[in-house]
Design a binder for this molecule. Structure first.
Ligand code: HEC
Ligand code: HEC
Length: 303
């Protein structure tokens, strides 16, 4: 069943990979009437968290440069998916595709992008070929030189066991458990600590899908920890942070975390199950060279 699902996914991805985004929001992607409908809906369902003027409140702004920095260069289909699958955050999955398109029309109008004569269509394939604007230059490089340096505290095994192991287990768990299913109280195994079970973690605070989001973020964001100069492995050897293959394996981990996040945002159990292949592979590629050594623990962290 997994093989079939992966095949279907690949087939549906193929046209998307060929169709590169070609249009931007400068050509008039929506009508004024459509934006007006979006505005009404926004007032009813979004303003309480994102602010009356999209300026951000408890939730991030949906206009201006902070918004464009994240969404400007992404295909519009990504923004539509984000809204349709995860918003409104207090009642997700309730918007119709046409309502989502109307909301985006309003966001474009508020962002001072021109209107046109044709409505923005809710059609996924069409939205894939549009970006809002080209990516703005990043301010990150200038800020970086003044950033404080945080020396390693744990050895690599501790980082792996404390961050990557629990986070990836949450994602692997999606293969057999639907994060969207209603929560049923799980029987507590004899001897288990009921308040400290990784798969139940957060069950009462965050929704199942949010927990999968956060686990994916934890994985993608852990890359700098694998590259912190001065960290040692448990056997005392320095983590080989300068070796090109180590850096490449770390990048593979980041990509796997991003892919898991993308899949989680689609709120599809099957998409996340498929993404676990890439995740497991990213762990395996590095472990094969640097961890699972014939010489045992003493040989770890050298190629
Ligand atoms: C109950 C509060 C709440 C409501 C209502 C709500 N949102 Fe959100 N929204 C959030 C939070 C919190 C985030 C940030 C976390 C995330 O990305 O999931 C967010 C993120 C977003 C993002 C991504 C922004 C970014 O910079 O990454 C978009 C787009 C968005 N919301 C659109 C909407 C739209 C459109 C509606 C109305 C249909 C809506 N939201 C209603 C709380 C809310
Ligand atoms: C860039 C290389 C690299 C990547 C990527 C990586 N690991 Fe590791 N991992 C190591 C090394 C090296 C060790 C041994 C560290 C030590 O001995 O201090 C290790 C150790 C571990 C351990 C502890 C093993 C033990 O002996 O108790 C776990 C658990 C682990 N990794 C899980 C993961 C998971 C899960 C992923 C993927 C989500 C992952 N790792 C990705 C290099 C990597």
């Amino acid at each position: 069943m997994r093989t079939l699902a992966a095949g279907v996914l690949l087939a549906s991805l193929a046209p998307a990979l060929q169709a590169q985004p070609t249009r931007t929001a400068n050509v008039g992607l929506y009508t004024d009437a459509q934006a007006a409908q979006g505005r009404t809906l926004y007032g009813e369902k979004c303003a309480k968290c994102h602010g009356d003027a999209l300026e951000g409140k408890a939730a991030p702004p949906l206009a201006g440069s902070p918004f464009l920095a994240v969404w400007g260069a992404e295909p519009l289909s990504e923004l539509a998916g984000k809204i349709r699958n995860t918003m409104p955050a207090d009642n997700p999955g309730t918007l119709q595709p046409a309502e989502t398109a109307n909301l985006i029309a309003y966001l474009l109008q508020a962002g001072k992008f021109p209107s046109g004569r044709k409505e923005l269509s809710a059609d996924e394939a069409g939205l894939k070929s549009i970006v809002i604007a080209a990516a703005p230059p990043s301010a990150g490089a200038a800020a970086q030189s003044q950033a404080p340096f945080f020396p390693a505290m744990g050895n690599l095994n501790q980082v792996m066991r404390g961050i990557l192991f629990p986070a990836s287990n949450i994602i692997f768990n999606v293969q057999s458990n639907d994060p969207g299913a209603p929560v049923k109280p799980a029987p507590v195994a004899a001897g288990a600590n009921p308040s400290f079970n990784w798969t139940d973690w957060g069950a009462g605070i965050y929704t199942g899908w949010q927990v999968v989001d956060y686990a994916s973020v934890a994985i993608a964001e852990s890359a700098p920890l694998l590259l912190t100069p001065g960290r040692r492995c448990e056997n005392g050897k320095p983590v080989p942070v300068d070796r090109p293959d180590w850096i490449k394996f770390t990048q593979g981990l980041v990509e796997a975390g991003r892919e898991a996040y993308r899949a989680s945002q689609s709120r599809s159990q099957e998409a996340v199950s498929d993404a676990t292949n890439q995740l497991a592979d990213s762990c395996f590629q590095c472990h094969r060279v640097y961890r699972d050594k014939r010489g045992g623990a003493a040989a770890r962290c050298t190629p």
